[in-house]
Design a protein around this ligand. Structure first.
Ligand SMILES: Cc1ncc(COP(=O)(O)O)c(C=O)c1O
Length: 446
């Protein structure tokens, strides 16, 4: 068959997916795979969940699209109510878009306009972010992103400052976690002062870093220090929970585990669990009030944002998340999977670090365990491991460049939150077989 698709990687051979059921995907030849990364931490309820499919079809029959500049809808209002009841503190207002990059891009614009609305002629416009982070691929989102994906687009990007990541396995300050003094958090204060606080509108961070590094969990007090610094210099704290939001790390939002409330939470993936493109901002009442008493208009919006079909799907997804107690399952199965991975994978010479929270776990691959030396990027080790795992029927989400911006291989494990203990055992068993084969090949110099 002629294939006129412009793929991300034109040289790669992609298997053809036929259907999904629960945590499994099937290709057109009937081969079964465990979707051990939910695509990219998206398909949190697994595939073909009957309740979501039914809600989707019912809403599509009634009204799929009505432009948000002229209409609101019951599903949209219901979704906003549900999200307000689930989000911490006064994070009560929901602004919808259609994906993660649109969400972070919207947050950057909202932060800018917030200060304009509040102060009149505001000088605050920069958004500080961290190295080894991913906030999306559109120009604003990529400007905040601190990983390899930004390199080719340098001349197009906004000149936004970056601070050190909370990357304990490869601490930028060469400290040990026990006595690190949270240097990485205080790096934010240093950069704010250097840039001038009057120019900074916001700081954005993923509570647990996903695609850029494979599940980096910061020290327990990291975000408390970040929150204090943001407050001291009148800067909004944006939590990018596009990957972590809606239960992925074992709590509804990952930031809750660090005892702070951000000013804006960006969400996407888990909110509609892959059943429809959707993203959003959960915004504090205090910010909403500034807009309400200012111009009343957020000068932004995308055609599909807040459409009734996407909202109805998200309502059904969140209902399932609550009814099936999947946030709790994410915590419990996440702990079990982490323990099993440590027990069964640590023995392999290329496994440097196994980490994460809930069902968002990462494996960092190294050429030398003792020195943590990463593989030569030319070896494409993350992709090689991914292909080997795929042969064994396991799909993971690979990434590169975390160690120094060029080298550093890892992959993310983020199975659907419905995974059972038996399925975790099946997953780990298949991974051990794949790693054993790979290790043999490496010894043979293949
Ligand atoms: C933390 C984070 N922010 C933003 C994005 C971008 O989302 P999207 O791919 O839906 O544009 C991603 C995607 O992986 C992400 O993980």
């Amino acid at each position: 068959m002629n294939d006129n698709v412009f793929y991300r990687n034109i040289r790669k051979e992609y298997p053809i997916v036929d259907r999904g059921e629960g945590i499994y995907l099937y290709d057109i030849h009937g081969k079964r795979y465990i979707d051990a990364c939910s695509g990219s931490a998206v398909a949190n309820l697994g595939h073909a969940h009957k309740k979501v499919v039914q809600a989707m079809s019912e809403q599509a029959k009634r009204i799929a699209f009505a432009h948000l500049s002229r209409w609101t809808s019951r599903p949209l209002q219901r979704l906003a109510d549900m999200v307000a009841s689930l989000a911490p503190g006064s994070l009560n207002k929901l602004y919808l878009v259609s994906g993660g990059s649109e969400a972070t891009e919207s947050a950057l614009k909202m932060a800018r306009q917030y200060y304009l609305e509040r102060d009149g002629r505001s000088s605050k416009y920069k958004v500080i972010s961290r190295w080894i982070s991913f906030h999306g691929n559109t120009i604003g989102a990529l400007s905040m992103t601190g990983d390899v994906r930004r390199k080719k687009y340098g001349p197009l990007l906004l000149n936004f400052p970056k601070v050190a990541p909370a990357y304990c396995y490869r601490c930028f300050f060469k400290r040990e976690p026990e006595n690190c003094g949270l240097e990485c958090a205080y790096d934010l204060e240093r950069v704010i002062k250097l840039e001038g606080p009057e120019t900074i509108a916001a700081f954005i961070a993923e509570p647990v870093v996903g695609a850029a590094a494979g599940a980096l969990v910061p020290p327990p007090d990291y975000f408390k220090v970040i929150r204090e610094i943001c407050d001291r210099y009148d800067i909004l704290f944006i939590a990018d929970e596009v990957m972590t939001g809606f239960g992925r790390t074992g709590t509804m939002f990952a930031v809750e585990q660090f005892g702070v409330v951000p000013d804006i939470i960006c969400v996407a993936k888990g909110m509609s669990a892959g059943y429809i493109p959707l993203g959003g901002l959960i915004v504090k009442d205090e910010i909403y009030e500034v807009f309400k008493h200012g111009s009343g208009v957020f000068v932004h919006g995308h055609t599909y944002g807040g459409n009734p079909l996407a909202a109805a799907v998200a309502v059904a997804v969140i209902e399932v998340l609550l009814e099936e107690k999947l946030v709790e399952n994410s915590r419990v199965m996440g702990e079990y999977l982490l323990e099993q991975l440590k027990e069964n994978l640590s023995k392999f010479s290329i496994v440097g670090d196994i980490r994460g929270r809930g069902l968002m776990l990462g494996v960092e691959l190294v050429a030398d365990k003792a020195t943590k030396r990463p593989f030569d990027p030319k070896l494409n080790m993350a992709e090689r491991v991914t292909l080997k795992l795929m042969e064994h029927g396991v799909i993971v989400y690979p990434g590169t460049g975390a160690a120094d911006g060029e080298a550093g291989d890892h992959f993310l494990l983020a199975p659907p939150l419905i995974i059972t203990k038996e399925q975790v055992d099946e997953l780990v068993g298949l991974m051990v077989k794949a790693f054993a084969e790979l290790e043999k090949d490496l010894v043979k110099g293949l």
